[in-house]
Design a protein around this ligand. Structure first.
Ligand SMILES: [Zn+2]
Length: 122
């Protein structure tokens, strides 16, 4: 899968049914909850604003359902592979003003503002 194909696939997944909530996540910057039985089913991404940049986390979590199956052969090595691919793809997005603007706009639309207010207040 080249960068353009991965980009199309991640955009499609983000636009399907994604909600991003701010919360304190112990130990790492975020996590995702998928309905594994529904590839395009609801997706919640929990984001700890203190620990992780939002674009990087969203790309990382969107890469999982797209790449986990392909990386299964690597067993326990899938996570570092996803980390590398996601980091590389976030760089690809930042290379283009138009791509960057698209992700910024679409992520903001899906960010639960109430959760961000609560996170700031806690
Ligand atoms: Zn991961």
């Amino acid at each position: 899968m080249n960068a353009a194909a991965l980009e199309r696939s991640l955009r499609k997944r983000l636009c399907a049914q994604t909600r991003i909530v701010a919360e304190d996540v112990r130990g790492y910057g975020g996590y995702a909850e998928y309905r594994q039985d529904e590839p395009e089913g609801s997706l919640k991404i929990a984001w700890d604003p203190f620990q992780y940049d939002l674009l990087g986390l969203v790309i990382h979590e969107l890469c999982h359902p797209r790449l986990d199956g392909r990386l299964e052969v690597m067993g326990g090595q899938a996570e570092p592979a996803i980390e590398g691919i996601a980091e590389n793809h976030a760089g690809y997005i930042r290379l283009s003003k138009a791509r960057y603007a698209w992700w910024r706009r679409e992520i903001k639309k899906r960010l639960d503002r109430g959760s961000l207010k609560s996170w700031l207040a806690a």
